[in-house]
Design a protein around this ligand. Structure first.
Ligand SMILES: [Zn+2]
Length: 45
């Protein structure tokens, strides 16, 4: 997931063009990388 630096649009489906990700809303290229909430299971004995 990416969040646009400019307009704050959150893009789930990223269209990667040679490693570049564009905001479909404003076309801005600089984005935050958002980490998906990782579900980690910790082994509990
Ligand atoms: Zn944008």
């Amino acid at each position: 997931m990416y969040k646009c630096y400019k307009c704050g649009e959150v893009i789930k489906d990223t269209q990667k063009l040679e490693g570049l990700v564009r905001c479909p809303r404003c076309g801005f290229r600089i984005m935050y990388k958002l980490r998906q909430p990782a579900v980690r299971r910790i082994k509990a004995l």
